[in-house]
Design a protein around this ligand. Structure first.
Ligand code: PTJ
Length: 264
């Protein structure tokens, strides 16, 4: 479907259209469309912009990725459909490895997603030949590569499920999640939860990577100052403020009724 650029919800409709097309070619699973709807609902509430707490978490994420010895970006179907180019740009800027890791894993889907990433410029994408398992996970999400997620010290996991975020954290890794739902188990379990829309988050993290590369010492300072509980708390306060603004806007405006003059 061709979406007119003048449509007030153009960006959101383009994202939906991309996902539907990627579902048709087998990159995205139907569950991915449901997951996207949940994300969109939270994005509405958050005002469809990166909040101040999200920007803080994104800068901390950039700092962690830059200071990592073995940083890896994990990619699933939705991420490949919506942000293959952003993933490749970020991986180059850090530099980090990219690994395809799927919940609804089939070898054909992994290959399709690798091809999509390669078309966006990625090289040596991992995930097609997993040779290790993440302990404590029963799902196919456990399958990982020794050169990638399995031995990584910092893993960026956009649109993740809580189980794997928890299992990766239990392995001692720094887990950076991107999830618009601040209440999800992923956001609760990650070391640095980024509560922002995927494409905005990846672009912001890349911008911060560039800034921190030009400011020696700033990445370490940023990580020392980052406080996960405080940051998530600020996200909840932001949501509360947004709802208050919306409530105020929804209040009926009083129409002044003029008192009638007794002499009229
Ligand atoms: O490709 P696969 O097989 O690995 O499957 C991928 C999905 C997304 C289906 C799988 O990981 C899944 O079921 O995820 P969940 O548990 O539904 O969690 C996805 C989370 O991402 C939800 O909490 C959504 O709010 C959030 N989300 C969805 N779209 C976006 C998002 N967060 C940020 N940006 C988005 N565009």
């Amino acid at each position: 479907m061709r979406i007119p650029k003048s449509h007030p919800r153009y960006a959101s409709l383009v994202r939906r259209e991309r996902l539907v097309r990627a579902w048709k070619d087998g990159t995205v699973v139907p569950e991915g469309l449901i997951a996207h709807g949940r994300g969109e609902a939270f994005d509405y509430l958050l005002g469809e912009e990166s909040s101040a707490p999200a920007l803080v978490a994104e800068k901390a994420a950039a700092a962690a990725l830059l200071r990592a010895k073995r940083p890896v970006i994990s990619v699933n179907g939705n991420v490949a459909a919506l942000a293959a180019r952003e993933v490749v740009r970020l991986a180059r800027a850090i530099p980090a490895r990219i690994e395809v890791n799927l919940f609804h894993r089939t070898p054909a889907r992994v290959r399709r997603i690798v091809r999509r990433l390669e078309a966006a410029g990625a090289e040596a994408v991992l995930g097609t030949r997993p040779d290790a398992r993440i302990p404590g996970l029963e799902s196919k999400r456990a399958l990982s590569d020794r050169d990638g997620i399995f031995t990584a010290d910092v893993v960026l996991v956009p649109l993740e499920d809580g189980d794997r975020a928890e299992a990766l954290a239990a392995m001692g890794k720094t887990v950076i999640s991107v999830d618009l739902n601040p209440l999800s188990r992923t956001s609760q379990r990650a070391t640095i939860p980024v509560v922002d829309e995927l494409t905005r988050a990846l672009a912001n993290i890349r911008k911060f990577v560039g800034e921190l590369q030009d400011a020696p010492g700033e990445a370490a300072r940023m990580l020392r100052a980052y406080d996960k509980a405080g940051n998530l708390g600020a996200t909840y306060s932001f949501l509360e403020w947004r709802l208050k603004v919306l409530r105020r806007r929804a209040r009926p405006t009083r129409t002044r009724t003029r008192r009638r003059s007794p002499h009229a």
